[in-house]
Ligand binder design. Structure first.
Ligand SMILES: CC(C)(COP(=O)(O)OP(=O)(O)OC[C@H]1O[C@@H](n2cnc3c(N)ncnc32)[C@H](O)[C@@H]1OP(=O)(O)O)[C@@H](O)C(=O)NCCC(=O)NCCS
Length: 460
């Protein structure tokens, strides 16, 4: 007998609503018949309790600090897989065979360069344009050069477009950076793998090759892998929403980049570094900074802390903290901001304000220090987050298309604006003439013959 939940409405009617159980035993009440049968909708600001879809891609148990891609714990993937293999897992549901891995790697290599006339767009942005603005615009522009069908129903074409997007996104990111510092845009190299190739395009110069260390490559590989998907977060939900209207993959992913930009989402890693640099340069003690956060008068938050879903710990932060220590040791970097970060963590984790609100370090807390050690400038942090998230966005875009019952995303609302009003011409509005809500003006002030239209037509 399927489980149901019964809801009693204010007028005494009762409706039985089916309960859906996910593969990890999460329970949800299916309200899809609610409005049709009762006229009621549900409301849930920020979607705190609302599942927007069923998905097979990523599982999170925020209470226990669990994150799994297609069933694999992220800790196992971090230890054993590359970012590209993880991307294949997310997009196609299985870890690749050696042959599939080789083929996809070739596809990435073949698609790493940008069309020559496309490269010219980079010079059209102002020198100090934010790389996220360049990145979102250029991903959207790719559609004009590639023109995949609006609906990709052929598996081979889907693989080609996915590979092209994953590969070109990294080239676009590096090109955005090079343009912003006035250096020549580097071409990708055919002999380098995904992460090395990106670092090459970021830091090589036409007259000098940059050779990343194994530790740097491993740290960036981990960073990308840990950002590869995170179920229905703000940017992924945006991608799914845009895709639900049947927008093409490039447009949907470009929308995801825009959504990621905000400081409460992907922009937080930049905000963390700015916070740590501020504490360092101002000479303020960690204790005083924490007190300022708790005081809330200035509206500042401890950036890199707190998460809508994780209420115990963010497993990505645990892995990144460890990677951060290893990288800084291997590179012999002594960054005082790492010490400040550790002190902040310690102070917050023993403070009732943070403990009672279940605020723990999130993925952005240590990632900024890793990226700084790799020489990545702060404005590029969110861009790197976006590179990592692209496979997840592609997987969700595909899921929207693969599930035939997907409907266009179109939430309802509870309207709280003005009720129906009577249209008044400008003369009546100026005289404060009555409207149907009962605001009356004295008889003598009313026009004997109200003009039917504005005497002077508006000019715009
Ligand atoms: C991630 C985040 C947006 C989640 O927000 P949320 O689930 O909507 O939680 P809320 O904003 O409702 O916060 C709940 C409470 O904790 C407090 N809080 C949340 N994050 C906080 C932070 N980083 N520092 C200080 N207080 C914080 C809020 O002020 C609120 O307190 P109150 O209940 O007394 O009013 C939020 O924790 C945040 O702004 N973090 C900092 C930005 C960040 O690191 N983002 C990256 C996310 S991966």
């Amino acid at each position: 007998m399927p489980e149901t939940a019964s809801l009693t409405l204010p007028d005494g009617r009762t409706i039985e609503l089916p309960v859906i159980v996910g593969s990890e035993n999460e329970h949800a009440i299916d309200i899809s018949r609610l409005r049709g049968e009762t006229g009621y909708i549900t409301i849930d600001d920020g979607f705190m309790n609302t599942g927007s879809c069923k998905s097979e891609i990523t599982f999170i148990d925020g209470e226990k600090g669990v994150l799994r891609y297609r069933g694999y714990p992220v800790e196992d993937l971090a230890k054993n897989c590359s970012f590209v293999e993880t991307a294949q897992l997310l997009i196609w549901g299985e870890l690749p065979t050696p042959e599939a891995r080789r083929d996809f790697s070739d596809l990435l290599t073949e698609n790493s360069a940008l069309p020559e006339d496309f490269r010219r767009h980079f010079t059209a942005f102002p020198v100090h344009a934010h790389p996220m603005s360049i990145m979102s615009a250029m991903i959207n522009a790719l559609q004009s050069y590639d023109l995949p069908g609006l609906i990709i129903d052929d598996e081979e074409e889907f693989e080609r477009v996915s590979g092209a997007l994953m590969s070109k996104v990294r080239t676009i990111a590096a090109a955005a950076y090079k343009s912003s510092i006035g250096e020549p845009i580097m071409y990708p190299r055919y002999d380098l793998r995904y992460v090395e190739n990106f670092l090459h395009m970021m830091f090589s110069k036409p007259y000098r090759d940059y050779v990343p260390s194994a530790e740097a490559t491993a740290a960036l590989n981990l960073f990308f892998l840990l950002h590869a998907d995170h179920e229905q977060n703000c940017s992924t939900s945006t991608v799914r929403m845009v895709a639900s209207g049947q927008a093409n993959m490039y447009a949907s992913v470009a929308a995801g980049v825009c959504a990621l930009w905000g400081r409460l989402h992907g922009g937080a890693n930049q905000a963390v570094m700015e916070m740590l640099s501020f504490i360092q340069s101002s000479g303020m003690s960690v204790k005083d900074y924490v007190a300022k956060v708790k005081d809330r008068a200035e509206g500042i938050r401890l950036m890199g802390f707190g998460h809508r879903v994780y209420r115990a710990f963010d497993p990505r932060a645990v892995l990144l903290k460890d990677a951060c220590d290893k990288l800084l040791n291997a590179m012999h970097i002594d960054d005082p901001r790492l010490e400040i970060a550790k002190q902040l963590e310690e102070a917050a984790l023993s403070d009732d304000y943070f403990v009672s609100r279940k605020l723990y370090p999130n993925v952005d807390f240590y990632s900024g220090i890793i990226l700084t050690a790799l020489g990545i400038p702060v404005e590029m942090f969110t861009v790197l987050f976006a590179i990592g998230r692209v496979p997840g966005w592609i997987a969700h875009w595909k899921e929207i298309y693969d599930v035939p019952s997907t409907k266009i995303y179109r939430p309802r609302q509870v309207y709280t604006g003005s009720v129906r009003r009577e249209w008044l011409n400008r003369f009546q509005r100026e005289k404060g003439y009555t409207d149907s809500r009962g605001f009356k003006v004295p008889e003598e002030l009313r026009p004997t013959q109200a003009p039917q239209a504005d005497a002077v037509p508006p000019t715009n």
